[in-house]
Design a protein around this ligand. Structure first.
Ligand code: PEP
Ligand code: MG
Length: 891
């Protein structure tokens, strides 16, 4: 019989796949002897079965019943008993944290009778009826599907009728009335009564949590965070403890280090006389956690002790949720906490310094995406005179955008290309689409642990929260702050590192970390580097020390080559020569294409040759001593000719106006028409072009060879390599190689300088991958062109599909991330593995790299490491990211 339910005493931290993160960590804390309210966890497997079949698995009800009975025996209380009933919370908890995206139902076990038992004494009456009110409301909307706004409206009506300003002014009589109204509402809307049987409440609550795995906001969050759709959520059923029983009670969130900067210390928020939900919702403003030391010194000291134990046990930053019920501290959750990019590097370094983790482990704790964030620009000013609002610096970075006041408007404007800043009093999970669309989030309420802060940090979005000085008027679509009124559409600059907002668009400067890379990855000798730069430096050195993959850059100008080298590139893996033919030189290419006969074409090629030679010389100089892989021309030819329709219209207009047609235009139109391809990406490009345009390959090879000669004469150490694109069949490569070898031999003979160099090929078509063994016989190296290989393996036009239907595909879960962004291991990756294996079998010394966009994508770098490649090549700005990830892949 499959076990679907585990008591907290039976689980462990490494069971997160089955028990979800929350369940596994509750079990771990219970094992450590920390005070965890007793409970048990329903597995993700049960959820997956329910989602697949629409039915709870056989035996689940029975197992829940058994665990509940054990809980009742241990606590001496029964669910639903009239006198002092056991109450339960039912919470989701997936393997990966999805804060606030799924459902929670509290106070299960209350009904018309047990509410009286909970009330016990007159001073608890209000609390008991408020709890019942919350249950009926939560259960009605979450489990029974009544739109939450009906409850809000009913609540508002009672408040208005009895002139109550806010919820806290409602007395017991009001609450009793509200419970009745809510129950009627449920009956009216669903035809069903609110269930009085606590066992039924529990069973239905569990299924509602399962169902919420596929709720809209959960799906959107998963897509954004690349969390697979098929994991399912666990459900944690736990004895309720109450932080709202008076001034000696409360709830809070604690971090063992500052999640924004990584600084050690006590960080967190505390809310006296409140339930945990109130803290995270950011509805009331919390006090800093340190204040608990004054309010309840004993609980504070105990909490500090537990924080230290948890950090030493998890060997990482932990975030913790706790509740104090009448002076008794309860631990409700812990997990390895989310953190900003800066904090990730800082904490990894500190923990290594403290000897808690090794240098290698420290490298495993950071990642390329975090590094990329540290390379973003920051604001140029620290001037406080322009500041209109200050709040909590919840998620760092600099963002400029037009103010909007709701999620829908954020999405609408962002879709039209506008940069926006979402301003809310506080955010709820329903704001998620707007947060995704916005550059930054600004709220007037809530601390570092509010929904806005947690979600923004997770996404790497700039966030300032709890900016108390601003008054948000969503209805009038404006906010006022620092004496100014800011209406929708006004541009503001949000500094998530400092927690300030300025009016207008503040200029940006490069980040320190970017400057560090620009300066060649060395720390200034005077020791002035800021700590975040030193942390990055330390972990980059560690990555470089352990990585097996070389990192090269895709660059086609001397400037890019020089930058790539400063960023740590070990050569150029792809120099796209077609990029050298654009701009002013386009007419020369046009002349080559339109040439009548050999003489004209040779003249056109001769005009191009010195320009190419000059380009190559500059690049070889910038990469002196390092390999430079020059790829022969690979554009669809139409890119060098004017647009056919435009040309036809111009000629037709001329005709209509009676102006004589420019003979050049007529000739061009004829050529463009002749060369027109329905599917240029699959047409005359790559090696095909080299084989049909006489003299083209020879010109490029000669230009490169002569550049090598020039560099040698200048005392340099040029290391050119020639790469043939879009090869399908070994015969193509063979033919091109004959020409390449002939020209290299010619130049060697003419100049007395040996210019022979490795000639290799790109593997970017499935046929090439499948015949790699034969192709390797003619190639000194392979470089996977995974852009084209993805295009041709999937049959996706790389220029069209992302806009056309990828968002629908991502929505429907065809893939969790675009295969143009992260390598598709199953399909394209399989071709890569076949080509590596068969290529190396045919030629053991075959050097193999990748130069498609995937070369700089963190997840893909790990794949290429595993597939046994020698190097990855990516754009210069991604070189540091690839270095870091290559190091992590080797751990
Ligand atoms: C590729 O196809 O992956 C590649 C690097 O070539 P390009 O992007 O220039 O087609
Ligand atoms: Mg290509």
């Amino acid at each position: 019989m499959t076990t679907y339910v585990y008591d907290f005493s039976e689980g462990r931290r490494d069971m997160a796949g089955l028990l979800g993160g929350k369940g596994a960590n509750l079990a771990e804390m219970a094992r450590m002897g920390l005070p965890v309210p007793p409970g048990f966890t329903v597995t993700t497997e049960a959820c997956r079965i329910f989602l697949a079949t629409g039915q709870a698995p056989d035996g689940l009800d029975r197992q829940i019943g058994e665990h509940l009975a054990a809980l009742e025996r241990a606590s001496g209380k029964r669910l639903g008993q009239v006198d002092d009933p056991l109450l339960l919370s039912v919470r989701s908890g997936a393997r990966f944290s999805m804060p606030g995206m799924m459902e929670t139902i509290l106070d299960i076990g209350l009904n018309d009778l047990s509410v009286l038992g909970l009330a016990k004494t007159p001073e608890r009456e209000r609390f008991a009826w408020d709890s019942y009110r919350r249950l009926v409301q939560m259960f009605g909307s979450t489990v029974m599907g009544v739109d939450g706004s009906h409850f809000e409206a009913a609540l508002a009506a009672v408040k208005q009728q009895h002139s109550r300003g806010d919820d806290t002014q409602l007395d017991t009589c009001d609450l009793i009335r509200i419970v009745e109204t809510f129950k009627d509402l449920i009956h009216e809307r669903t035809g069903e009564e609110f269930p009085q049987d606590p066992a039924e409440q529990l069973r239905r609550a569990v299924l509602a949590v399962f169902t919420s795995w596929n709720g809209e906001r959960a799906r959107l969050y998963r897509r954004r965070e690349h969390i697979p759709d098929d994991l399912g959520t666990a459900v944690n059923i736990q004895t309720m403890v109450f932080g709202n029983l008076g001034p000696d009670s409360g709830s809070g969130v604690a971090f063992t280090r500052d999640p924004a900067t990584g600084r050690p210390g006590v960080y967190g928020d505390y809310l006296p006389n409140a339930q945990g939900e109130d803290v995270v919702a950011g509805i009331r403003n919390t006090v800093p956690l340190q204040d608990l030391a004054g309010l309840d010194p004993a609980s504070f000291a105990r909490l500090r002790g537990y924080m230290d134990r948890l950090e030493a046990h998890y060997r990482d930053l932990c975030d913790i949720e706790f509740t104090i019920e009448r002076g008794t501290l309860w631990m409700l959750q812990t997990r390895v906490g989310k953190r900003t990019a800066q904090a990730a590097f800082a904490i990894a370094s500190q923990l290594a310094d403290e000897g808690l983790i090794s240098e290698r482990e420290a490298l495993g704790r950071v990642g390329g995406e975090a590094l990329a964030r540290l390379m973003f620009p920051r604001f140029a000013t620290t001037d406080s005179s322009e500041v209109i609002a200050r709040g909590v610096p919840a998620s760092p970075g600099a963002a400029v955008g037009a103010v909007v006041f709701d999620s829908a408007e954020a999405v609408r404007r962002a879709a039209a290309g506008e940069k926006v800043v979402l301003v809310r009093q506080e955010t709820t999970p329903d704001d998620l689409p707007g947060m995704v669309a916005a550059q930054a989030v600004l709220t007037s309420r809530g601390g570092k642990t509010s929904h806005a802060a947690v979600v923004a940090r997770g996404m790497g979005k700039v966030c300032v929260c709890g900016a108390e000085g601003i008054v948000v008027d969503t209805r009038q679509r404006r906010f006022s702050a620092g004496g100014v009124t800011v209406t929708e559409g006004t541009v503001v600059s949000v500094d998530g590192s400092e927690g300030v907002v300025r009016l207008g668009s503040v200029p940006l400067v490069d980040s320190d970390v970017m400057r560090y890379f620009e300066e060649g990855g060395v720390l200034p000798a005077d020791g002035t580097a800021r700590q975040p730069v030193r942390d990055v430096h330390r972990l980059m050195r560690q990555a470089d020390a352990v990585r097996g993959l070389e990192v090269r850059a895709n660059a086609d100008t001397p400037e890019d080559a020089a930058r790539a080298r400063r960023f740590g590139a070990q050569g150029i893996g792809l120099c796209r020569t077609e990029h050298m033919f654009l701009g002013d030189r386009r007419p020369l290419v046009e002349a080559m294409i339109l040439a009548h006969g050999d003489t004209e074409r040779e003249a056109a090629l001769a005009a191009l040759l010195p320009l190419q030679r000059q380009d190559f010389t500059g690049i070889l100089e910038a990469m002196d001593g390092l390999p430079v892989t020059v790829r022969l021309l690979d554009p669809p030819l139409h890119e060098f000719l004017p647009d056919r329709t435009e040309l036809a219209v111009r000629l037709a207009r001329g005709e209509a106006l009676g102006t004589p047609a420019d003979p050049h235009d007529s000739e061009l139109l004829a050529a463009v028409t002749r060369m027109h391809e329905e599917n240029p990406m699959l047409g005359l490009r790559g090696v095909r072009l080299g084989l049909v345009v006489p003299g083209l390959v020879a010109m490029q090879v000669r230009a490169l060879a002569e550049a090598v000669v020039a560099r040698r004469h200048a005392g340099g150490d040029p290391r050119a390599e020639i790469m043939v694109p879009l090869v399908d069949a070994v015969e193509e490569l063979h033919l091109v190689r004959e020409e390449v070898d002939r020209v290299l031999a010619e130049v060697s003979l003419e100049t007395g300088v040996d210019v022979t160099c490795p000639v290799g090929t790109m593997i970017e078509l499935p046929r090439a991958a499948l015949t790699a063994g034969r192709i390797a016989k003619e190639a000194a190296f392979f470089s996977f062109g995974t852009n084209d290989l993805t295009q041709t393996t999937w049959g996706f036009s790389r220029d069209d599909v992302e806009a056309a239907f990828f968002s629908a595909y991502l929505d429907k879960g065809v893939f969790p991330v675009s295969p143009f962004e992260t390598i598709d291991r199953e399909g394209v990756g399989r071709l890569v593995r076949i080509a590596v294996e068969e290529g190396r079998a045919a030629r053991p010394d075959l050097k193999i790299g990748v130069c498609g966009e995937h070369g700089g994508d963190p997840a893909s770098v790990h794949f290429f490491h595993g597939a046994g490649l020698d190097y990855v090549s990516c754009s210069p700005f991604r070189v540091p990211i690839a270095r870091l990830e290559a190091g992590r892949a080797a751990l």
